[in-house]
Design a protein around this ligand. Structure first.
Ligand code: BEZ
Ligand code: FE
Length: 291
């Protein structure tokens, strides 16, 4: 039973709430809930949380849930802007030196990328600066991984994903699922990505405004590389020299993921790759850890 201590900071409600978990069959779930209750109660005590603040927080979380749809994930966005998504990446990060570092998944991988031939374009609108991205999928010892899959998604040159602007982008624009060749190589055409603001028309946008933070992410392309016998990696490449590399709204930049998108004037290569000359070219080797 909860004792009615006169000093609220002496309350035994925390002990009572912790004891209530004793019947939790799954030991990991018990550990997680125990830590959650301890930290939540410590937070309320430390800040001397008022009823009005608690109600406001409940209202904020309710609005966050209500903003979620099949094509919008406001809770992932909230986790991202609080730095939690990136912390989880760091805690679970790859240990093998030289393996590609992971970064946040983000909320826009909610639709399957269409399978495309190597060398195909993912820019179905075709109004951006022409660009080729090439790379290899390698094992941690440098062995190529033929048949590896490379799932790619990016915003258009205006900074929107296909699901955000279905009126101007066909489904699958900016997305592709590629299968590496016998040497583990992949290549696709696209447009040079632009920095863009994360969605600000929901509760997370209000949070950013209230804290005086800008909503921008530096220009990037997302990847998930997978191969048999290896742990998949979820990552990005960032455009070197671009804005917001030092102030990503979701804290997801790692130096190892920044790539030159080099100005390339090579009519022979442009013809071979089916891209207008001149074009920009980025290369990325995706190095996977053996599982
Ligand atoms: C993205 O890069 O798609 C993204 C990541 C985190 C929050 C919003 C967008
Ligand atoms: Fe993105």
């Amino acid at each position: 039973m909860i004792s009615h201590a006169t000093d609220a900071t002496d309350s035994t409600v925390t002990d009572e709430a912790l004891r209530s978990l004793s019947g939790t069959a799954d030991p990991r779930l018990r550990d997680l809930l125990t830590a959650l209750i301890r930290h939540l109660h410590a937070f309320a005590r430390e800040t001397r949380l008022t009823r009005e603040e608690w109600e406001r927080a409940i209202g904020f979380l309710t609005a966050t849930g209500q903003a979620c749809t099949d094509t919008r994930q406001e809770f992932i966005l909230l986790s991202d802007v609080l730095g939690l998504s990136m912390l989880v990446e760091e805690i679970n990060g790859h240990q093998v030196p030289g393996a590609t570092e992971s970064t946040v998944l983000g909320p826009f991988h909610m639709t399957a990328s269409p399978a495309r031939e190597l060398g195909a374009t993912i820019d179905l609108v075709g109004d951006g600066e022409p660009c080729v991205v090439s790379g290899r999928v390698l094992s941690q010892d440098g062995t190529p991984l033929p048949g590896a899959t490379v799932d790619v998604w990016q915003a258009d040159r205006h900074g929107f994903y296909d699901v955000q602007r279905p009126d101007v982008q066909p489904p699958g624009n900016g997305r592709g699922l590629f299968t590496a060749d016998p040497e583990g190589r992949f290549r696709f055409r696209t447009c040079v990505p632009s920095p863009y603001p994360i969605p600000t028309d929901g509760p997370v946008g209000e949070l950013l405004a209230a804290t005086g933070r800008h909503p921008y992410r530096p220009a990037h392309i997302h990847f998930i590389a997978s191969a048999a016998g290896h742990a998949p990696v979820t990552t990005h490449i960032f455009v070197a020299g671009g804005d917001y590399l030092d102030s990503d709204a979701v804290f997801a930049v790692k130096d190892s993921l920044v790539r030159d998108f080099a100005e390339t004037d090579d009519p022979v290569l442009a013809q071979e790759w089916g891209v207008a000359n001149p074009f920009r070219h980025a290369h990325v080797d995706l190095v996977l850890e053996r599982s």
